[in-house]
Design a protein around this ligand. Structure first.
Ligand code: ILE
Length: 377
């Protein structure tokens, strides 16, 4: 049995020294040493996504290393991509070539995965998205995985619920045109509106980094929609929500995956009230596994986990399970085990994986109420 991350010479594994035969003394009792890289949006306008992911991963790391003592020890190596494609590519290159990681978790944004996923795929290193919700992520290649529920499942669930309960007939759409995820979410919103027979009264775009949305929102409000559908990351998305309310829009506001972070309440304030989103995870869910996770998370960080923390937490459990099944920390074996994953029950629900390794699962619809998201019912 080869011990350690043997995908390169320079690893922290005790027995995988450089040069030599590279063969460890073959006792099957050796602890597997696995170094996993993490690429996260840890600084900049979406840093709360990355922070939530880091918190979820570190909680899982402590639990797993304790539970797997003597069998598997995971080490995480974090890299900050700042939400930039270039940053994600550099981080992935460094983790693969310098740190010799066995796999990579992240990067945070779909756009970053579209840029950096091909690099990992080319280097035959498993890369595992924990928040990439765009279409097409798994098409990058067979080393690319994710446990994040695609917008194509989440958004229609939220829209159907909103149409049913709020009686929507006419909708206006606004999205960030320079962010892959926001563009994909907008396409899903538009296709779903058409499918549900809703009238589209108007459309508008903005760019990430913008701070003034009055022109677009004034125009959309004049088209008199029952609902505003917003596809954006939390910073711009929350400012759009706030502005829409300031301009006197009183209809329904529905957003995509970008809104699943408590920053929404900080930025939008009371204007967030009534905002509808779909999420695969709610800390309010009456489920033993979820509540044990929420309790452990609160004990460690003094706040409730969001969806990004939950999916990050689950991802390390999937990695751990797959590494143990592989019996060694090698990229190819790990890829094989990840590809065999057919279903997994984590704190973010039960996931199945289709033949393209896309996760299929249920989203719950939540609504913002007094500073937090509660079930929309
Ligand atoms: N789900 C989105 C994406 O895939 C964002 C992740 C919100 C933070 O890019």
């Amino acid at each position: 049995l080869m011990v350690g991350c043997s995908s390169g010479g320079n690893t922290s594994a005790p027995a995988a020294g450089e040069g030599g035969s590279g063969q460890a003394a073959s006792t099957d009792e050796q602890e597997i040493q696995a170094k996993i890289g993490v690429v996260g949006f840890l600084s900049g306008s979406g840093a709360a996504y990355g922070e939530a992911q880091k918190a979820g991963l570190e909680l899982a790391l402590g639990e797993l290393n304790e539970a797997n003592k003597g069998k598997l020890k995971i080490e995480l190596k974090f890299e900050d991509s700042a939400g930039e494609k270039e940053g994600a590519i550099n981080a992935v290159n460094k983790l693969i070539n310098q740190d010799n990681v066995v796999a990579i978790i992240g990067p945070t944004l779909s756009g970053e995965m579209f840029a950096a996923g091909p690099v990992a795929n080319e280097a035959e290193t498993p890369i595992f998205g924990i928040s990439n919700t765009s279409e097409g992520i798994n098409d990058i290649g067979e080393y690319v995985f994710r446990n994040s529920l695609p917008e194509s499942i989440a958004i229609p669930t939220a829209m159907k619920a909103a149409v049913e309960k709020n009686g929507l007939k006419k909708v206006a759409l606004i999205h960030a045109s320079n962010d892959d995820f926001s563009v994909n979410g907008y396409k899903v919103m538009k296709a779903t509106a058409e499918k549900l027979g809703l009238e589209i009264t108007g459309e508008a775009t903005f760019a990430n980094g913008d701070v003034d949305f009055s022109a677009q929102l004034t125009k959309l409000k004049q088209t008199n929609p029952d609902a505003l559908l917003v596809s954006a990351l939390y910073k711009e998305g929350s400012m759009v929500v706030k502005k829409a309310r300031e301009l006197g829009f009183t209809g329904t506001i529905l957003g995509g995956n970008g809104f699943n972070n408590p920053k929404v309440f900080e930025i939008a304030g009371p204007a967030a009230e009534g905002l509808i989103v779909a999420t695969p995870f709610s800390p309010e869910k009456k489920d033993d596994k979820v509540q044990a996770f929420v309790k452990a998370f609160e004990a460690k960080y003094n706040k409730k986990p969001d969806q990004f923390a939950a999916q990050a937490y689950d991802s390390l459990y999937i990695m751990s399970q797959s590494l143990l099944a592989a019996g060694k920390a090698e990229r190819e074996e790990l890829r094989g085990q990840l590809a065999q994953l057919r279903d997994f029950t984590g704190v973010s629900g039960k996931l199945s994986f289709d033949e393209k390794r896309n996760p299929i699962g249920d989203a719950v619809v939540v609504v913002a109420k007094e500073g937090k998201f509660v079930p929309f019912e």
